[in-house]
Design a protein around this ligand. Sequence first.
Ligand SMILES: [Zn+2]
Length: 103
Amino acid sequence: MLTMEINKMLCKNCEIEINNTARTCPKCGMDSLRQFELWPVGAAILSLIGCGQIYNGQIGKGIIFIFSMLIFLQLSPALAGLLWIYSIYDAYKTAKELKVILI
Ligand SMILES: [Zn+2]
């Protein structure tokens, strides 16, 4: 079981099992060494302090979220709270879906 986990991994693009010594996926050709997954829970935790989107590489979006929240806080704390919850959800969802490929 452990040996299998060491020798096999899932292609993060098409999710078939490939040998981890294979540099490219035989099915989709994705370079397995150049992709890694983001940690969705980590993104959600970071978005508690408004940094989830930045972790996901969406720096512009993160800044917009932070500024919108600061503005909304003056107008309506409830609205700011809703936006805050949405930004946590957004960071989690994005991190889950995002396939990061290093160039
Ligand atoms: Zn593949």
